[in-house]
Design a protein around this ligand. Structure first.
Ligand code: ATP
Ligand code: NAG
Ligand code: NAG
Ligand code: NAG
Ligand code: NAG
Ligand code: NAG
Ligand code: NAG
Ligand code: NAG
Ligand code: NAG
Length: 853
């Protein structure tokens, strides 16, 4: 029985022991860590040697359970390292180790969920372990500044997000690399006020989330190497800011509007690459006291700050050394630069107050006074075309090709630049209506992206005053139409004329999709009613349609059955390209539709129909025959259209079927080339065999029949034939004539080139009484024979054709502005004109004398 008793006692003792062991387990861990700590830092505080009860050590505080809650060893000249298992001190609330010389790897702080304050600044730690910040859900203030020996580390985005109580995160001079993570919205850090990341090796742009933060003090200055770059735009939304240090980076662009940042008193922006004009809001910041701007590329007038402000401005590109307006040309050019976001390359060169003092991309007149040329070709510029180009009234040439410009071409470029001869906007991302330039302006817009929404608005189609009423109206109408569409869906049908697009038709303008539903086309053509037939061609029937706003369209319906899905894809791909081909003298392809085997193409409507009709069918149609003036003008329009097609960069279009039946006229008898490029589609689709595939007999040059080789000179030949038709009023191919003389070019070339003989060939309906008309006809005849030369290399290119026809049209329409221009053309020697064209005509010139008629 005693035996039994003894056993029972030892069981109780064992239990007790176990309880004691398990009870003391936690605090023994803290003890373990603390004894390791005492052995790894030097010199450990002297009192640490006196007792094993670490809760009584200086710099250490414990809770009632003898758990360490604070380690405060700041500024004790400590060296040595920290034991790796620091995060076993799970009750820790303060970790102040700043201003010592502690080194080695930092222990992780992961899972120290109660820890609000961590000060590690001013040490020599060598690395920060992964997961260091994990689960620091109570962290409020963190400082690891001045630890230059840290091996490079990046800000751990996902771990930091867990520290949602942060108010101050400071890590200046801590060897951080990479970019600033985009995590600073108040939803992640509702209390963050202070972010300091100066003197690191950060790069990249300011994160957008800064704009959604309540940060008051932001220090990102003096990044090593590349530095932070991009614009400061996000700062304008950081309305709580009071101290901003961004100096010593690579920020570019203009200083944004800071009018909402009313609390800023200290703004350090020096030593960046900032450009552009200072916003007025900067000078009127109500509490600003310190600002440094020196050593940037800031432009425009020198700023004038209130007297309380301490400012530094030297080493910039301001126009004058004292406050005051810049020269008007300088102002205009700076606005032009502003449209491009004030590119650095411009700001570096465009210094001072004289735009003619060697500014890059600028050429001035011979007196060095007025800017005549702006050439931004291939500069990788982003942005928009500034209407301030319109203030540079001496401009002759604006070259903007091969950049990344967006939005529309300001109408003022067409109306305010009397001397403009060239505007090249090719290969950008421009859209919207094309301004109506005077005919003498060589307007090149390869890959112009005309917005379909706008193209349906009537303002673009009509000429003159309506168009010059401007972009503004166009934009307003587009916006109203858009609002109208939204409203239609959201509320009710708006019975207003502005809503020119029925909801079924919205597919025309929505998301750049060019497909138009068959239902819409059925509706607008009265179910393809016979009454709507405009004409019939080799591939189908063309119907007239009217959209709800009154905009007229022409729907060409081609029926085929041989096109499979592959052909379909090609058809669509091709259409995508064709719909981007936009020119004043090329009929717009507005969209397309595929319905079963039908292919429908939607064009802008040309109310006066074909040139064919006006040239050869005016008697039957009982319309006026075309005057010579109208004919030359049509020839020039067609020349311009074809020149444009030939100069398309990606896919130089060869029309291959130029003829009066494919030249359409609007109500002003201005011409546009139609049906181009479709030859290719049809050919690829292999769905039909027709003369069109090979062009139309009578307009084909000899080499084409012989070799089948298609070059742009095929179109030049056909154009020459069209000129002959304009002169003679005879068709290229007259079935009723004997073979010998039925081919117009052959007949034409055989004519002895004397003026007397020529007169007999001229269309009887033309009034040839006046000398000017006759002279003009002779010039066109000369051009026609030049264009139809048997040797394709002897034919001019379309650029030359346009140069010859331009002055002939102008002599009927002299406008005050064009006086000098006309003068210029008249005195332009032929060899000079030929030099301008791509091909080499030097040999040609010898047998093509202007006086040879
Ligand atoms: N955009 C348009 N606006 C007004 N009428 C048009 C338009 N497009 C075509 N037409 C009319 O429809 C007719 C047929 O045009 P289509 O392009 O199909 O034939 P084509 O060019 O005369 O012949 P082919 O297709 O064989 O070259 C034209 O002759 C013209 O009268
Ligand atoms: C933190 O705690 C989680 C679970 O609470 C654990 O899985 C993880 O290993 C801990 N991390 C560290 C570094 O101790
Ligand atoms: C962080 O540490 C640096 C370096 O000692 C010091 O200058 C700075 O004031 C500290 N910032 C905060 C908010 O603790
Ligand atoms: C940010 O600051 C604004 C203005 O003081 C305040 O209204 C807002 O509540 C703040 N946001 C958060 C998340 O604290
Ligand atoms: C900065 O970081 C880059 C790589 O991110 C490195 O090449 C460069 O040496 C670093 N510079 C300094 C001064 O640390
Ligand atoms: C320069 O332009 C101004 C204003 O457009 C004009 O008055 C002046 O005559 C021009 N000067 C020269 C030399 O062309
Ligand atoms: C514009 O400049 C480019 C080179 O940057 C040059 O090739 C081109 O000929 C210039 N164009 C004009 C119209 O001066
Ligand atoms: C530019 O032209 C517009 C109107 O055409 C005018 O209002 C503006 O004052 C001009 N700007 C300068 C700098 O001349
Ligand atoms: C052109 O602009 C449109 C919107 O305006 C944009 O979606 C597209 O990405 C731009 N294209 C290029 C190549 O920049």
């Amino acid at each position: 029985m005693g035996h039994h008793h003894h056993r029972c006692l030892s069981f109780v003792l064992l239990l007790l022991l176990l309880i004691i062991i398990s009870f003391s387990n936690a605090s023994s861990d803290d003890a373990g860590f603390m004894s390791k700590l005492s052995a790894s830092i030097f010199p450990a505080p002297p009192d640490w040697k006196l007792t094993n009860n670490f809760c009584q050590w200086s710099g250490i505080a414990c809770d009632v359970s003898e758990r360490v809650i604070a380690i405060d060893l700041a500024s004790r000249s400590l060296t040595g390292t920290l034991p790796a298992d620091l995060n076993t001190l799970s009750k820790l609330r303060t970790l102040d180790l700043q201003h010592n010389s502690l080194s080695g790897d930092l222990p992780t702080l992961a899972n120290l969920t109660l820890l609000p304050v961590v000060f590690l600044q001013g040490n020599e730690f060598t690395s920060l372990p992964p997961g260091f910040f994990l689960g620091l859900t109570s962290l409020i203030a963190f400082n690891i500044s001045d630890n230059p020996d840290l091996s490079p580390w990046t800000l751990p985005k996902d771990d930091l997000i867990q520290c949602s109580n942060l108010q101050s995160f400071v890590a200046n001079n801590a060897n951080i690399v990479g970019s600033i993570p985009d995590i600073f919205y108040t939803t992640n850090f509702p209390h963050l006020l202070n972010l300091g990341l100066s003197y690191n090796n950060l790069t990249g742009v300011l994160p957008a989330s800064f704009g959604g933060s309540n940060i008051t003090k932001l220090s990102l200055n003096n990044q090593k190497n590349q530095g932070l770059f991009g614009t400061l735009d996000v700062i304008s939304s950081m309305t709580q800011l009071n101290q901003v240090w961004l100096h010593g980076n690579a920020f570019t662009g203009a200083i944004p509007d800071l009018s909402k940042c009313v609390n800023i008193f200290d703004l350090q922006l020096r030593d960046n690459r900032l450009t552009g004009l200072l916003p007025d809001s900067l000078m009127s910041l109500p509490t600003l006291v310190y600002i440094t701007l020196q050593n940037n590329r800031l432009q425009g007038p020198l700023p004038l700050f209130p007297s309380r402000v301490h400012f530094e401005l030297e080493s910039n590109s301001f126009c004058l050394a004292r406050p005051g307006d810049c020269d008007p040309q300088v102002t205009a050019l700076l606005e032009v630069a502003g449209g491009l976001g004030y590119p650095l390359s411009l700001a570096e060169s465009w210094r001072g107050n004289n735009a003619c003092a060697g500014w890059v991309f600028i050429t001035c007149d011979a007196y060095g006074k007025n800017v005549t040329t702006v050439n931004f070709s291939k500069q990788k510029f982003f942005g928009t075309i500034s209407p301030s180009f319109g203030n540079l009234t001496s401009l002759r040439s604006i070259q903007l090709s091969d950049n990344n410009l967006r939005d529309s071409i300001p109408e003022i470029l067409a109306s305010s630049l009397p001397y403009l001869e060239l505007l090249d906007v090719s290969n950008n991302n421009l859209s919207g209506p094309m301004p109506d330039f005077p005919p003498k302006v060589k307007f090149i817009a390869i890959n112009y992206n005309l917005l379909l929404g706008t193209s349906l608005s009537p303002s673009r189609r009509s000429k003159g005053s309506l168009v010059s009423a401007g972009m503004v109206i166009g934009i307003v109408i587009s916006v109203l139409v858009f609002i109208g569409i939204v409203c239609y869906y959201k509320c009710y049908r708006v019975p207003t004329k502005l809503l020119s697009v029925d909801h079924n038709e919205t597919s025309i303008s929505e998301n750049g999709n060019l497909t138009i539903s068959i239902q819409v086309l059925e509706q607008v053509t009265n179910h393809f009613s016979d009454n709507n037939v405009l004409g019939r061609g080799g591939f189908g029937v063309v119907y007239k349609g009217e959209l709800h706003g009154g905009t007229m369209i022409a729907v060409k319906r081609m029926i085929s059955d041989a096109m499979g899905t592959k052909g379909m894809k090609e058809f669509q791909a091709e259409i995508e390209v064709l719909t981007k081909v936009r020119h004043r003298h090329v009929v717009d392809l507005i969209g397309y539709c595929t319905n079963g085997n039908d292919r429908l193409l939607v064009y802008e409507y040309m109310p006066q129909g074909t040139l064919n009709r006006h040239l050869f069918q005016w008697r039957e149609e009982e319309i006026h025959p075309l005057s010579w003036k109208q004919r030359v003008s049509i020839a020039l329009d067609v020349g311009r259209g074809v020149e444009y097609l030939h100069s398309l960069a990606q896919q130089s279009f060869i029309h291959r079927d130029l003829k009066p039946a494919n030249i359409l006229l609007d109500n002003d008898m201005r011409a546009k080339v139609a049906d181009f490029g479709l030859v290719k589609i049809v050919f690829d689709g292999k769905h039909s065999v027709d003369t069109r595939m090979a062009g139309t007999f009578g307009y084909l040059p000899p080499e084409y029949a012989g070799t089948g080789r298609v070059t742009t000179k095929v179109d030049v030949y056909a154009f020459g034939v069209v000129l002959m038709e304009l002169i003679t009023g005879r068709k290229a191919l007259t079935d009723t004539m004997p073979d010998e003389i039925c081919h117009l070019p052959t007949w034409f070339r055989r004519l002895p080139f004397s003026k007397e003989n020529m007169v007999n060939c001229i269309d009887q309906v033309l009034d040839t009484a006046d000398e000017v008309t006759l002279e003009s006809i002779f010039k066109v005849a000369e051009l026609a024979s030049h264009c139809t030369a048997s040797d394709p290399f002897q034919r001019p290119n379309m650029g030359y054709v346009v140069n010859v026809l331009g002055p002939l049209v102008e002599q009927w329409e002299p406008s005050p502005h064009e006086e000098e221009q006309t003068h210029h053309h008249h005195h332009r020697s032929l060899p000079h004109a030929l030099q301008d064209s791509e091909d080499n005509y030097s040999s040609l010139f010898n047998d093509f004398q202007p006086n040879s008629i």
